[in-house]
Design a protein around this ligand. Structure first.
Ligand code: CDP
Ligand code: ZN
Length: 161
């Protein structure tokens, strides 16, 4: 038995913040403005995993008005989502996603992002793919005022669970 999940996230970019995507710090003048570290990929992926098993969403599990999640490393959220799907008897078949970011390019960091994500979820790198897209200078995403991530996951029910 298979289940799919989808996740999306967007955050404004501002000066004085680190740009963290997939747990990787990417050199940039601006970073995501968020209560946590603002990792759009890990937030979208957390929601996709939770959604696939109908568990809830990231905001329910980790409310952004709680002090303990201030500047939190978003791998905490993703690791917990991984634990939840496993407990529900599912494992990841594959993950595919894209990052909308006018600049910088994601490509040079892709391998690192994939490796890091695989490590947090304890899966293989060949189960994950991530790519970058600009927004063709359209609107605020295109002006580099924000970045967004969209992710799809496929889960498979483990035998004997
Ligand atoms: O060529 P097209 O309009 O489809 O895409 P683009 O947004 O102009 O981006 C061209 C290529 O740059 C993408 O296919 C990615 O390989 C790369 N890219 C990236 O690595 N990181 C970004 N933030 C944006 C684009
Ligand atoms: Zn977020």
């Amino acid at each position: 038995m298979y289940r799919i999940g989808t996740g999306f996230d967007i955050h404004r970019l501002k000066e004085g913040r680190k740009l963290i995507i997939g747990g990787v710090e990417i050199p940039s003048d601006v970073g995501f403005d968020a209560h946590s570290d603002g990792d759009i990929l890990f937030h979208a992926l957390t929601d996709a995993l939770l959604g696939a098993v109908g568990y809830g969403d990231i905001g329910q599990l980790f409310p952004d008005n709680q002090d303990k999640w201030k500047d939190a490393d978003s791998s905490i959220f993703l690791r917990e989502a991984g634990r939840i799907i496993k407990e529900a008897g599912y494992s990841v078949v594959n993950i595919d996603g894209f990052i909308i970011l006018q600049k910088p390019k994601i490509l040079p960091y892709r391998e690192k992002i994939i490796q890091n994500t695989a490590k947090v979820l304890n899966i293989n790198t060949n189960q994950i793919f991530i790519k970058g897209k600009t927004f063709e200078k359209i609107g605020e995403l295109g002006e580099g005022k924000a970045g967004a991530a969209q992710v799809v996951v496929l889960l498979k029910k483990e035998e004997n669970k």
